[in-house]
Design a protein around this ligand. Structure first.
Ligand code: SF4
Length: 361
């Protein structure tokens, strides 16, 4: 503490920023959506696409999707022209499917505008761009000063300033801290340096303070309790739901096929191909009857955790000769991995396939 009761961090903010930028120049992670420090900035399309994919998904999981998307749709105009169902199918497995729909919607708006807006406010007005994504694209793709706060940055800032207010109430203080650290020059490098520091050194558990470039100024480290920040709110258990997916098969001309439906546009996993199910998305518990009378077999169960609830889904199977009532399509089992099933249904399908034996009625 200095004579005014402030810690070194409060008096040496620019030294922290410079130390972090110097560290980034030699330690930046090599990622397919990122320009190396000092190189020309990456196209806004790639920055935006990666940031949307990275929301609530790990870097390792995103890389193959990013490469597939940019190979198939190399510009925002190409993505804007793609049929939504193709994009949804390519997105399958990344989760949070409403993001994929907003991605297409945003691409179409940007294509109509002729280019991405270059400032934070203009970006924020696009469909699906929250405060974080708009700030990240403005600073990384366009070199605008913007305060970028993702989960990594939140952790680093709360430790640097030892912010002891629990989340989410601490968000304002964290943003204020990040704002004080963000430089006018190279704000994009700074944002990415903070993300990298959080991902590789200032990790949620056992941060590597001994090799941290900003350790000299870190208040949490000075207190000897880096792990204690950010202060988490008390945990609330997620509600548990149960449901049933129906694995309806037949012998097609070229091999076994399964009946798939297209989920309603606006609801959970809307617009995606899926197995028929018994309406678990609209209720908290209980079970319903299968959609028609048949010799149903129990094929096991899968569990999946959504943002607001966890689901235990039983899989019931039956072999039929006529299509069930309602809209749907017969899909060859040999090409089921091309159907673009969202993760919960891909798991249910894998469960059903493990015990699958087509019964010829
Ligand atoms: Fe994080 Fe430790 Fe560095 Fe502080 S010193 S920023 S707690 S890694």
């Amino acid at each position: 503490m200095d004579a005014r009761g402030q810690t070194p961090l409060h008096t040496e903010v620019s030294a922290v920023t410079q130390a972090l930028l110097a560290w980034y120049r030699t330690h930046a992670r090599v990622l397919p959506w990122r320009a190396p420090p000092g190189a020309a900035r990456m196209a806004a399309y790639r920055v935006w696409l990666s940031e949307v994919m990275l929301q609530q998904t790990t870097v390792a999981a995103v890389i193959p999707y990013f490469e597939t998307f940019t190979r198939r749709w190399s510009s925002v105009e190409a993505l804007a022209a793609a049929p939504e169902e193709d994009v949804m199918a390519a997105w399958a497995g990344l989760g949070y499917y409403s993001r994929a729909r907003r991605l297409v919607e945003c691409a179409r708006v940007v294509a109509d505008m002729g280019a991405f807006p270059q400032d934070e406010a203009g970006l924020r007005a696009l469909p699906g761009l929250g405060a974080y994504t708009a700030a990240a694209v403005a600073s990384i793709a366009f070199g605008q000063r913007a305060v970028v706060v993702d989960g990594n940055v939140e952790r680093v800032v709360s430790r640097l300033f030892a912010i002891d207010t629990p989340l989410p109430a601490a968000k304002g203080l964290i943003r204020e801290g990040a704002d004080r650290l963000t430089p006018d020059d190279h704000p994009g490098d700074f944002a990415q340096a903070m993300m990298d520091l959080g991902a590789t050194i200032c990790t949620p558990r056992s941060p590597k303070c001994l090799i941290c470039p900003v350790a000299n100024w870190c208040e949490a480290r000075a207190e000897g309790k880096a792990d204690a920040y950010p202060v988490k709110p008390a945990k609330v258990a997620k509600p548990a739901r149960t449901g049933t997916a129906f694995w309806i098969t037949r012998q097609g001309a070229e091999g076994p096929e399964v009946w798939l439906v297209r989920r309603e546009g606006k609801g959970l996993l809307g617009g995606m191909r899926a197995l028929p199910e018994d309406g678990w998305t609209a209720r908290l518990d209980g079970s319903r009857q299968p959609p028609f009378a048949a010799a149903w077999r129990d094929l096991g169960a899968v569990t999946h955790v959504f943002t607001h609830f966890s689901l235990t889904m039983t899989v019931q199977g039956a072999t039929v000769t006529r299509p069930p009532a309602g809209e749907g399509e017969w899909w060859p089992l040999a090409r089921l991995d091309e159907a673009g099933l969202p993760t919960v249904f891909a798991r249910a399908a894998a469960r059903a396939m493990a015990g699958f034996e087509l019964e010829i009625p």
